[in-house]
Each structure stands twice: as structure tokens, then as C-alpha cells.
Design a protein around this ligand. Sequence first.
Ligand code: NAD
Length: 507
Amino acid sequence: MTQITLIAATGASLPEPRQNRHLIGGTWTGSDNLLDRVSPSHGVVVSRSAVGTAADAEAAIAAARAAFDDGRWSGLSAKARAAVLHRVADLIEANVERFALIETLESGKPITQSRGEIAGAADLWRYAAGLGRDITGDSHNTLGPDMLATVIKEPIGVVSIITPWNFPFWILSQKLPFALAAGCTCVVKPSEFTPSTTAMLGELLVEAGLPAGVVNIVLGTGTPVGSLMSSHPAVDMVTFTGSTAVGKLISRTASDTLKKVALELGGKNPQVIFPDADLEAAADAVVFGVYFNVGQCCNSGSRIIVHEDIAEAFVARVVDLSRQVAFGDPLSPDTQVGAIVTPEHNVRIHGYVQAAVAAGARVALGGAALPVPGLGAQFYQPTVICDVTPDMAIARDEVFGPVLSVLTFRTLDQALSLVNDASYGLSAGVWSENVHTCLAFARGAQAGTIWTNTWMDGFPEVPFGGMKQSGQGREIGRQGLEEFLEIKSLVLRIGRTRAPWVKTRPA
Ligand code: NAD
């Protein structure tokens, strides 16, 4: 096998499977029909979750509708809402370890990463709590002496939140506290692969004193639960993070009722490396970008576009660094890269590598499944593929694995046309010490986020989202809150100065 850094099974004792139920109108419910989640890394059942039915989804939507319409949440002051959100943040921080363990076992990601995600999510709750107290509108005092108009913002209403498996708690926290800060009520459906931390958050919401029915959680699969949440006339907005294919389905389903749709979808994110860059920093960031979350990341830096003059040496350095990244048991604090979400997905990743090789690409590192001593074989080797051409599926599709495609360029224009030759437009990166090169790149690249001499830095203050088929709308930042607000214009006449429209005749 390729020489790489492996962390064998730690032999840590594992918790008993968790039972998850729906939270509807403040009550925990669910039949005995349960779906088991088997840990991708450890092969044991981690959780048993109620399988949501159409009736469960209907009940959750009705509960959210009633809670919105009677004003039990939207009618509170922003200060009162913020107090609840801050209590939730406190509770998340007090439970980081408990949440991180189950997140790691359900998803296969390293425990240190799970801890960082859960603790970071608490900060999103705090940020949204503060932002919700600063919802302001416009006023128009220039419409004439007898007129005044104000533009006010209101919560959009009932919001369906549908999340993916790869960052379940983080992505939920990019949506839910912002929707709540805006005054909305919600129905939430986590992925059937990673439902536990969403259900556990439900327990914290109850403990924090969120009124019953404001957040309702239905576990289960896309159909019937997710599709009903997207089509139901009592829902005002659906916000979805997941694959582009399901995003398109949701968009079509939601169009019958013309509800607002916000989509955070896939990416095929390029990093362009110029010869004048800090190449050591760039190589490290490329390695981080492709292996973080085993490449199962919307922001995966899954293709690099390297200047021809430095390509050979740069790829050699990337391969060298790749060998030193610790793959293996996610429960070890030394592990940096964990398991692949399902056996089927591991096969899919390998299919992309095989197809690329058959089309003339060259494997510079890896290119096969990775058995980890003491654990299963649901891992994949760090993989670097050279001689990739833009027409290959590995250069265009979201492989969603630890697989880096290497392409080359000579001029900035060539680099930009390779960057933009994609259906996706989530993020892109440029490495150069020349500010003019960086700015020209940033202006020309079609992506929602451009990283310059860095990769995947994110902040609650900075909006995130995609162009093209990577999505619509933005999350986090001020814009992330605005998505959950509706605009209403109030036009006021001051004094009785309106000239009568009806020409009254004398009696
Ligand atoms: P997925 O699209 O398979 O599933 C996402 C969610 O949609 C799950 O909860 C699933 O049950 C639900 N769903 C499935 N069919 C549905 C339907 N017909 N109607 C309504 N809901 C349905 O995605 P996944 O495999 O869980 O996540 C990986 C994908 O998510 C990747 O494409 C990744 O790029 C994307 N993603 C994007 C971002 C971003 O911010 N842009 C972040 C993380 C993940």
C-alpha cells in the first residue's frame, strides 16, 4: 500500500445506541418504526430514530403554523427572543463533549473536528441573537409635506429547514438561530444518516424555554417528510442544504405554492496557484482543502489549477504532505481524516478514480480504499490525480472524497476560463503575492466566496452561498438573517390632505 500515516483503532468503549424521536408541538413522539444508523468508522449501531410519516410532517407543519399565527414567538420583543437564543448557546457549550462524540460516530469525522464544530455553532447562535435585535427598515421623508413612508421587516413565517449529513449541527446552526432571531417558526428535518445532534438540540431548546411549537423536528427520509416540507401550502419558505440534484427537486416542488426557496448546494472548488505564491503555504492549504472531512465537504478544494512552470515540484510537495496527514480512527485525538459516509459512497469515489485513469489521468498518490487496522474498510486513501483534463468527470463532478484533481495553466485568462468552466460556483481560491493578480482573479471568478492566499476561512459575520448551480440566497452574516424577513411598505398620509377622487355632485 502507498506509504501514508495511519491511526489504528483506539479501542475506546462506545456508548449504547441513542433513541431519537420527533419533537412536534412540544411533545416527543414517534412510532416503533425505527431506522438504525451504523457508524461508518466503527460498524456499530449509533442511533435508532423514528421514521417520519406524512402524518408526522403534517402535524409538525400545523404546529409551526399555529405557533407563528398566534404570535407566541414573533410577538415577543427581539430582546426576549435573544435571551432564549443565548441560553441555547450556553447549553450547547455545556454539552460539547456529549454532542461531539455522537456526531463523530454517526458521521465518521474526527473527534477534534466535531468538538470544533459544536463549539463554533454556539457562536453562531450568539451572533444571530445579537443580529436579531438590530432589524431595521427604511423611512422616506421626501415624498412631500403630507406623506411619510416606512419600510418595515417582518418574519417570513413558517420555515422548513432541511439539512445534509456532512456538517449536521453546524449547518443547522447556520439556519435555525437566524430564522428564530427573525421571529419565524420552524420545521426541521436532519439527514437520516446523522439525526442525533438535531434531536439533542431539540432537548436543549425545551430546556432553554423556547415556547412549544416554535421549533418542530421530524426525523426520516426525503420522501415523504422533506418533500411535504417543500410542497405544503402552510409553509412560507424552505431553506435547504444538500446536493444540487435534490435542491432542484425541492425548487420544483416548492414552485406550486411559490414559497421562497434558499439553496446551499454542491461545489467543484478550484484553487489557482501562481509561481510567485508562497508555495509552502499554498501546498499546506491545498492538502487541508482536499482532505478536510475526507473531502465530503461542499467547500472541498477538489481541483487545483497550477502554473505549468511549477506544477511538477508543487504536486511533489502536495504528495509529500499528503502522506503525513493522519487518516484513521476518528476517536483518536491525533486523527485528522476519518471515514466515508456509506459503503456505497466509497465505491462511487473509486469509480471516479478508475474512470479518470481509463481516460488517461495518472495516479500520483493513493487511488484505492483504505482498510484501517481494527476498524472497517470504509475509508479511502489520500489521492492525487495528475494529467486531468477539463472534460473528465473527475474535473467536473463533486467527487465528495479525498481525491485531488490537478490541472495546469499558463496565463491568468486560461486559469479563469478553467475556473469558470463549471456548473458550480460555490468558492474559489487564488495564491499569488501580486495584489493585481489576486484582484483580477477575484473579479473574474464566478463563485460566492473567493479566498485569497487562504482556504476555507469563515466567520459568522461574512455571508456564505453559491452562484450558478451551487445555490441561491446567502447564509450567515446580516444577509443570512435578511433571508428570513419579509418587507412591508407602510405609506402614511399626514393630515386630511388627500384630494377626493370621486367628483361628488351637489344633492
Ligand atoms: P442530499 O441532497 O442527499 O440530502 C440532503 C437532505 O435532503 C437530507 O436531509 C435528505 O433526507 C433530504 N432529501 C432527500 N430527498 C429529498 C426530497 N425529495 N425532498 C426534500 N428533501 C430531501 O445531500 P447529502 O448527501 O446529505 O449532503 C451532501 C451534499 O450537500 C453535497 O452535495 C454537498 O456539497 C452539499 N452541501 C452543501 C453545503 C453548502 O453550504 N453549499 C454545505 C454542506 C453540504
